[in-house]
Design a protein. Structure first.
Length: 404
């Protein structure tokens, strides 16, 4: 006997879409927004850095030497313009089992807010002070392999570095990744002491914990970096691939520029090739005689990335804001390539308010109807500027932890 009853079995669709888990933005909790109240219009916020006067011995009835006083103008420019757009036809919305516009708008607004967050957290690289492996007795210019045995020393070194800059050690914060949070939790919260118990019971508040006198915000919006060494002139066809948040972005070194996206002109030397690669990464939507512009997802990922070429070291550092990054290559010279030991998470520590931020147009969304068909353009935007002034840089520490 073989019944065929499957036509009677109904299938059902959920009324809601699955959740895309994304970081929570924390920039409002740590940035300095002093410029927002005055910069209602215009695009530049000025702060003057005074020079230092020198104290001299005084001899009675003798003239005191006069000293020149002056100031250096430092500016924050509101020039970061971010946006998104997608379209939903009315008939698609009617026939869909869930609200298409609402579902995708919610995710897009979270992404937009996280771009502001990752831009702010990138300012770790502009800190006056750095805590790395050398700071705790290891190798120079190398990230820390963080563990329970060195996490407390690492964080006390942050306070030392700030103290050396004459920074008041109050209102301190740190931005840490989940792996670092786990190390702290297991190292301190697991101890059978009143201090450890207090941390476990009272330390966690959503995405924040308190440790060693600092508010620590747990997020994945920190900046990641990898180092590429190119000391030998690349060969035609050699490739460099940056895999950002799982998406591979490929650059190909060529002797003739051509029209393929991601092509980089080799030029006369390794220094020229690296410099051309840096230019294309930092302006990925612009085609020049030295590089061919990228499009689509590759372009959007690179717009949240920064490349810094250091000719003296034959290296190029690649920074991905709020994203993980892995590098691979097919360079002909086997001595060139990515330096695994230099891959870093840049965790921003310091005093709250160290980094200035002006958000003239907070992340917001609108729906604009198409004039000739029944679709709505769901659009979001934000306008802002970020600046670490000299006095703010002194209040920041870049804690470099191995990116693994």
């Amino acid at each position: 006997m073989a019944n065929a009853l499957s036509p009677y079995f109904p299938e059902f669709w959920a009324k809601t879409a699955q959740v895309l888990h994304k970081p929570r933005a924390i920039y409002r909790q740590i940035a300095n927004f002093r410029g927002e109240s005055v910069l209602k219009n215009g695009d530049v916020f000025h702060r003057i850095l005074p020079n230092t006067t020198q104290i001299q011995d005084y001899t009675r009835y003798s003239d005191i030497d006069g000293q020149d006083i002056n100031g250096t103008d430092e500016t924050l420019t509101v020039d970061s313009e971010k946006a998104f757009r997608f379209s939903v036809d009315d008939f698609d919305e009617i026939q869909s089992n869930l609200s298409l516009a609402q579902t995708y708008a919610k995710n897009a607004m979270t992404d937009l807010t996280n771009v502001l967050d990752s831009d702010l957290l990138y300012e770790a690289v502009n800190a006056t002070s750095t805590v790395d492996d050398e700071t705790i007795g290891g190798s120079s210019d190398t990230p820390i392999t963080l563990a329970g045995s060195n996490v407390f020393e690492t964080f006390t070194k942050v306070q030392q570095k700030l103290g050396e800059q004459n920074v008041d050690l109050n209102s301190l914060y740190g931005v840490i990744d989940p792996a670092t949070a786990q190390i702290i939790s297991s190292q301190v919260g697991g101890r059978e002491t009143s201090f450890g118990d207090t941390v476990t019971r009272n330390g966690f508040m959503g995405n924040m914990l308190r440790y060693n006198g600092m508010d620590l915000f747990v997020t994945n919006n920190y900046t990641s970096s990898i180092e590429l060494s190119i000391a030998t002139q690349p060969t035609n066809g050699d490739t460099v691939v940056f895999t950002i948040a799982g998406e591979a972005v490929t650059f190909t070194f060529v002797t003739s520029i051509g029209t393929t996206a991601g092509n980089v002109l080799i030029g006369a030397s390794a220094d020229t090739a690296r410099a051309n690669l840096e230019t294309l990464i930092n302006a990925p939507g612009t085609t020049t005689a030295q590089g061919v512009a990228l499009t689509g997802t590759d372009l959007y990922l690179l717009q949240q990335s920064v490349a810094v070429d250091t000719a003296a070291d034959d290296t190029l550092d690649f920074y991905a804001k709020g994203k993980t990054v892995v590098g691979t290559e097919t360079l002909t010279d086997a001595t060139d390539g990515f330096v695994a030991a230099k891959a870093s998470r840049h965790l921003q520590f310091g005093r709250k308010g160290a980094v200035d931020m002006v958000v003239q147009d907070k992340p917001n969304m609108a729906v604009r109807l198409e004039p000739k068909h029944f679709a709505g353009n769901v659009m979001g935007r934000s306008l802002y500027g970020i600046k670490t002034y000299t006095d703010g840089a002194a209040q920041l520490v870049d804690v470099r932890v191995l990116l693994s």
